[in-house]
Design a protein around this ligand. Sequence first.
Ligand code: FMN
Length: 208
Amino acid sequence: MDVLEAIKNRRSHRAFTAEPVEPEKVEAILEAGRWAPSAANSQPWEFILITSEAARRRIYELSEEAKRTGHIAIRGFSYVRPLPGEVTGEDETLAAVQNYSFKFLTNVPVIIAVVGVPATPVQQASPGETADSYKYACGAVIQNMLLAAESMELGSLWFTFFDPQLAGQFLGIGPDRRLVALVLVGYPAGNPLPPGRLPLAAKVRRII
Ligand SMILES: Cc1cc2nc3c(=O)[nH]c(=O)nc-3n(C[C@H](O)[C@H](O)[C@H](O)COP(=O)(O)O)c2cc1C
């Protein structure tokens, strides 16, 4: 599959069949992640491959728990439910999250946790490497994985609705590491419609 075709055809899947994913496809997805770019080739990531049914169920329970308590991550940022009366502008998002079921976490056959390794202050002094570099690199890893999945006709999802502390503890992630995202991979049940994009004219300023 052509890479531009994969970029456009890729969708976020939130329903999967029970069909297992072939181990060589899982390895190809991990391999695609490994080849992502990173500042000064620091490769500030680790992957945890989760296929056990019990572990997937536990991740589901923890995400539901985080939703109930309000400790969730929205758009990759940790978010804590505001105190009553506190205005944050994110209440609407939170309400939408409360109605969003994470049930697919229990039947998706493969979850890859992408764990970021923040640079030490000494490493941050090297050209191109900042405190945020690991986030950018992990973003590249995740997109590589999603596109690799798409190229093998697998469905995937970039999932961040977890409490980094709760989920991190369950996955054995140390205090010097960050759970950036869970990448879900399985055979898609259904064909989600593309949510659309703003036109280039709204997003591009040209200096010619
Ligand atoms: C940083 C980031 C976090 C995301 N977290 C979630 C998530 O937790 N749950 C979810 O269903 N989708 C999540 N998504 C997927 C987006 O909702 C999705 O990419 C967007 O709606 C566009 O749809 P598309 O991927 O089908 O083009 C996330 C995407 C990104 C880039």
